[in-house]
Write a protein that binds this ligand. Structure first.
Ligand SMILES: [Zn+2]
Length: 136
């Protein structure tokens, strides 16, 4: 009997298998203060950043890209700013959208989040629930 892998979906994510030793090293990193400071919470966050850095260093990733989404959750979106190597937490709340890095309700991190399809879906849904969010 062969193991069945998940069917391909319309998701923007794909499953990648990592060697156990590498996985263990990532888990150890995630326990560190450095990982917390950088805003890394999940194995996916580290794997994504590592692959991106590798591709960039070999010229296979668009260099002009400045912002990258680290993760989404029910509170908002965590955006990594590659230019100044800082993490911006963009909160999506009933009162509106807020960038904790800039301490503003309007900035380039929010502009980036508003262009992200997954965030747009959340924002549209919450707007319909009466949240004070920008129209997309
Ligand atoms: Zn900002």
């Amino acid at each position: 009997m062969s193991k069945k892998y998940p069917e391909e979906t319309v998701s923007k994510h794909a499953t990648v298998r990592l060697p156990k030793g590498l996985l263990k090293a990532i888990e150890e990193f995630l326990e560190s203060e450095q990982a917390k400071k950088m805003g890394f919470l999940h194995i996916t966050d580290v794997a994504t950043a590592a692959v991106r850095d590798f591709l960039k260093s070999h010229g296979y990733y668009p260099l002009e890209e400045r912002f990258v989404i680290i993760n989404h959750d029910e509170k908002g979106v965590k955006v990594f700013d590659l230019q100044n190597r800082r993490t911006a937490d963009v909160y999506i709340k009933p009162k509106g959208i807020w960038c904790a890095l800039c301490m503003k309700d309007s900035c380039e991190h929010i502009d980036f989040v508003l262009q992200d399809r997954e965030s747009q879906t959340l924002i549209k849904r919450k707007r319909m629930e009466g949240w004070n969010l920008p129209e997309i």
